[in-house]
Design a protein around this ligand. Sequence first.
Ligand code: DP6
Length: 349
Amino acid sequence: MATEKTCRYTSPSNIALIKYWGKYGRQYPRNASISLTLDSAYSDTSVVYEERAHAGKEVSIDFYFEGEKNAAFQVKLEKYLNSIIDEVSFLRTHHLTIRSTNSFPHSAGIASSASAMSAVAMCLCRIENEIGKPFDSEAALLNKASYLARLGSGSACRSVYPVAAVWGAHPSIEGATNDYAIPYAEHLDPVFHTYKNDILIISRKEKKVSSTQGHALMEGNVYAASRYTQAEQRMTRLLDVMKAGDLEEFGAIVEGEALSLHAMMMAADNPFTLLEPNTLEAISRLQAYREESKVPVYFSLDAGPNPHVLYPAEYQDQVQEFIKREMQSLCHEGMVIGDQVGQGPKEVR
Ligand code: DP6
């Protein structure tokens, strides 16, 4: 009888500082991006693998999300795994039972595809290491995991590294490539290792336009070429600023990026916005608080209405008091999710 074995990983989401928005070909980004890896917002994914009686042309899987069979996600996952079947040796020979849960609530403005796809990719590479061709090093394993995660969801490739990762070719970043992300923590001032990321849940409504559709709309956007130039220039500047630990300049670039991302949506051929009135109110209150308190607290936005509030841990008490006093009433049922920079995927044994 075939024996079954299990591999399990938790893998976090991430928040992009320079945004990936626009892609081509086999999920290649139109510009380089950098993100902070999160901590408490993660997917917990297990893969039970068992040899099939006969190798198949396609993958054979069962998928459970939050403990229940989920046909829609299963179809997506099958499509993804079939697309990488030549790149993972056991996908034809083994049946996989994949179970995934998220540590955070659904539709809460946390990039669930980043945590989910990076967790699956980590499991695939760990299993490959076990029963396929072993990797030469842990770095090689992470590199392949980042590559496979990218093919599942672009932003997921950045989640495999602790603290921060860069994805996408860029003239001033050695080793940066469109194929996978590279670790970036060691190039940053230590203050960024301590960053907090509180997410203000302005709305929990399902997005009207998915990220994948949003990326596609960049193709006909008359501002696209300028946007990619802007992203490249901001990246050069941001890396210098993060190396130096210049928090004001860091914040100015990060807020600029968040607004440029949403500006691209508004300027698309089929324009749309994911911002809500309370998103703008929260931004304006945060900027007024910063002006008055001189606390280096700034916001970012994903492709959704929920601001991510970014600040060094040393200001935690003040900022959380401000959030309670002035922000919580703007949030859906007063919901704020506290998170911080984290250490990347962890194997659960
Ligand atoms: C706004 O990675 O979710 O969060 O590659 O189509 O899966 P797909 O898109 P996705 O896009 C993320 C967009 C973003 C910016 C970012 O994370 O860089």
